[in-house]
Design a protein around this ligand. Structure first.
Ligand code: ATP
Ligand code: PRP
Length: 213
């Protein structure tokens, strides 16, 4: 029986590889050079599904994949139904922030226009402080929205702050901290327990040995 692990290309795939290696799981090909969307592993007992970062939770929720690696930001936005989240991998560390031009007053008595791909998180954040906002859905390059007048502010992930700085924007409010999580389909955890549990425990040990004491 082959286990399926959903991963996105780029930073999640690259940063997860050394952790999976600790569980003796090695992709046979790289998603950067292969056009295949199902990549076999060297060992043959696991295969990798290469999906968009925002689709990982959906694949695991519906059983298209048994396991996945996904940012907490995406999980918060998705809602996490049907998923177990047994492990924080402490990779892809970033913060979900409300950002905008430095002079923007987020508490002024006006209905702000907020552009984001994190529409649920943004709505919940402003609602929790009783502020009315208009949410504008975008799929990327959020920083453009305040520069072009499309929106007053954005909700996006921030790491170094370099992207904000390069576009004359600043982080104004914290929404959530994010790191990548190992997620497991609830049914797979029961039916494939003997295959999944050793993977979780070996990855857990690898994560622990990466952490500063
Ligand atoms: P999609 O392709 O679905 O739009 P994406 O472009 O956000 O997703 P990535 O950029 O690979 O995909 O980001 C994957 C995850 O890595 C994000 O969900 C977030 O948790 C984290 N992340 C995003 N940007 C950064 C960053 N600059 N530094 C650290 N972690 C980040
Ligand atoms: C993410 C995010 C920001 C940037 C923040 O984009 O959307 O633009 O990282 O990181 P920083 O604070 O270190 O500059 P990413 O690089 O993933 O590109 P993307 O637009 O393809 O998601």
């Amino acid at each position: 029986m082959t286990l399926r692990i959903a991963l996105s290309k780029g930073r999640i795939f690259d940063d997860t590889l050394p952790l999976l290696a600790a569980a003796n799981i090695h992709p046979a090909e790289s998603p950067e050079t292969s056009r295949k969307l199902i990549l076999p592993s060297v060992e043959g007992d696991v295969e990798f599904l290469i999906v968009r970062a925002s689709d990982v939770a959906t694949y695991v929720q519906h059983g298209g994949a048994d396991l996945g690696v996904v940012g907490k930001d995406v999980l918060l936005e998705h809602g996490g139904e049907g998923l177990l989240e047994p492990l924080d991998l402490h990779i892809a560390r970033c913060k979900l922030m409300v950002c905008g031009p430095p002079e923007l007053d987020l508490h002024a008595n006006v209905r702000l226009r907020v552009a984001t791909k994190y529409t649920q998180c943004a709505r919940a954040h402003f609602a929790s402080t009783s502020r009315q906002v208009e949410i504008i859905k975008l799929y990327g390059s959020m920083e453009l929205a305040p520069l072009t007048g499309l929106a007053d502010a954005i909700v996006d992930v921030v790491d170094t702050g370099n992207t904000l700085k390069a576009n004359g924007l600043v982080a104004l409010e914290h929404v959530a901290d994010s790191t990548a999580r190992l997620v497991v389909n609830r049914v797979s955890m029961k039916t494939r327990h003997s295959l999944i549990t050793p993977i979780i425990e070996r990855v857990r040990a690898a994560v622990a040995s990466n952490q500063p004491n």
